[in-house]
Design a protein around this ligand. Structure first.
Ligand code: F0G
Length: 470
């Protein structure tokens, strides 16, 4: 296994430079408002970037979710929407695309990822069961908890260390998983919740060897493995780059093989699949499918649209095929790495190695004088917006929420601020502006003070919490 990670496609193929495999046909104007207006906007938003108006944002790196640019083919597909209530031809196109590229048997469409998380959690978790997984994700864990389950993190220790250069920091630690099965008993494990890549760990991938081993271990105990496929295409890029035997395999083949070791997947199509809205659940077993297909009509919509319009499903079916093209995936991940490369060169602490969808600033090291209960990552997101109108997101103690048993803050080892790169949206010049702004606030870091929480909602508090300067 190679530990040398080429930083650009140019290095990988021996070319001097590389460029995106598309050109721009339509543009959306953006502008940077003045510093005084940014200060006002930030105050009005309670220092929470989720509460800013997008018109007050210059470069929007809040999320890669639903923010992709669609292709001319996808927009043409929008015109081909079949808006019949039942049996829309766009549903069958979508079903075929998922079966072709991911390889699962039964498909249930949903309005977005958390709709699918709700269905799988309710269909596959019995009260009191445990769900081991490779680090939590906010909405995923909440749906597991609402179904009466308890999520248990069994990711390898290195995933919690932002400086570790391990190539597959998203892997499950098989010893931790075995120990949990031994302790709780296989019957008390609902399923394995495996995400590729791992968002909260910095977009870190899972290796093919790891999923194969999980599949074998779980086969022995009759425990099912469900995949959060939200950024699985990006995960396949890292397998192609870093895992022996995969460098000459196309992304499509790697994706199909990976999914074949799992029993189903839920998907936020707003990420990898290149659409602005949409999601799906796909499973191989009829029992779970039956339940999910029945529940979808209660919570989402009929089982041939699940909350999406016909045109949304058409754009999604086309987006799936585009998302697995090698050129697309290479350009996507390498743009993220371009930004990571600049920041690394300038000595800014970020999670290494750079993952698939975002740069994660290591707020604990960035602001080493701000204690975690004064929200260093939230502070960093606020300061970055103030400096340049660049919007980022907290992924630290605010996102981690409170322990449902003790009611205390959960203090995650990783206290990060995420610069998430939308797909096919920004240019290299935008990345330069972002890097320069991060450097500017890093240079004055010692003068920066933390925040205190002024309002805290009950669920997923990071979306709506408000803060004040200390
Ligand atoms: N799983 C992962 C790994 C995600 O990153 C997300 C969403 C979901 C599930 C839920 O999907 O938003 O379509 O309901 N992540 C977004 C983000 C919100 O910004 O990382 P959804």
């Amino acid at each position: 296994m190679s530990n040398i990670i080429p930083q650009t496609i140019g290095q990988q193929y021996g070319r001097r430079s590389w460029a995106e495999p598309w050109k721009i046909k339509m543009v959306e104007p953006i502008r940077m408002i003045g510093r005084q207006e940014r200060e006002q906007a930030l105050q009005a938003a309670g220092f929470n970037t989720f509460l800013l108006r997008s018109e007050d944002v210059y470069i929007d790196l809040l999320t890669d979710s639903g923010t992709s640019a669609m292709s001319d083919r996808q927009w043409a597909g929008i015109m081909m929407g079949d808006e019949s209530y039942a049996g829309s031809r766009n549903f069958y196109h979508l079903e075929e695309a998922i079966q072709t590229y991911y390889g699962y048997r039964y498909i249930v469409p949903t309005h977005q990822g958390r709709g699918a998380e709700h269905l799988i959690s309710q269909a596959a978790i019995k009260k009191g069961q445990f769900i081991p997984g490779n680090m939590y994700f906010t909405t995923t864990r909440l749906h597991q908890e609402l179904a009466g389950g308890t999520f248990v993190d069994v990711i390898i220790d290195e995933a919690h260390d932002p400086a570790s250069q391990r190539p597959f920091k998203g892997n499950i630690d098989l010893d931790k998983l075995q120990a949990l099965i031994d302790e709780k008993g296989a019957a008390n494990i609902a399923y394995i919740s495996l995400a590729g890549t791992v968002n909260m760990a910095g977009g870190q991938p899972v290796s093919m060897a790891n999923v194969r081993a999980i599949h074998e271990l779980c086969g022995h105990y009759n425990i099912r493995v469900y995949l959060d496929a939200t950024r699985m295409v990006e995960n396949c890029f890292f397998i192609q780059e870093r895992e022996e035997g995969y460098s000459d395999k196309p992304i499509t083949a790697i994706l199909k093989e990976f999914c074949s070791y799992t029993d189903g997947a839920w998907m936020s199509a707003k990420k990898d699949n290149l659409v602005n809205i949409g999601g799906w659940l796909a499973v191989n077993h009829e029992d779970v499918f039956e339940m999910a297909r029945n529940m979808v009509v209660v919570y989402e919509g009929l089982h041939t649209y699940g909350g999406m319009a016909g045109r949304d499903m058409e754009a999604l079916a086309i987006g799936i095929a585009e998302s697995v093209e090698d050129d697309h995936v290479h350009a996507r991940v390498n743009q993220v790495r371009y930004l990571g490369g600049l920041l690394t060169e300038w000595g800014v602490p970020i999670v290494q190695p750079v993952g698939g969808h975002a740069i994660f600033l290591d707020a604990k090291r960035f602001y080493d004088h701000i204690p975690q209960d004064q929200f260093p990552a939230q502070t960093l997101a606020a300061e970055l917006y103030l400096d340049s109108g660049v919007r980022s997101m907290e992924r630290g103690v605010v996102s981690a929420g409170r322990d449902p048993k003790t009611g205390d803050h959960r203090y995650p080892a990783l206290e990060l601020t995420r610069l998430t790169i939308p797909r096919r949206v920004y240019t290299q010049a935008h990345m330069d502006v972002v890097a320069e702004s991060v450097k500017a606030i890093y240079d004055v870091r010692e003068q920066t003070r933390g925040l205190k929480m002024a309002y805290e909602p009950q669920y997923l508090r990071f979306f709506q919490a408000r803060f004040e300067r200390l």
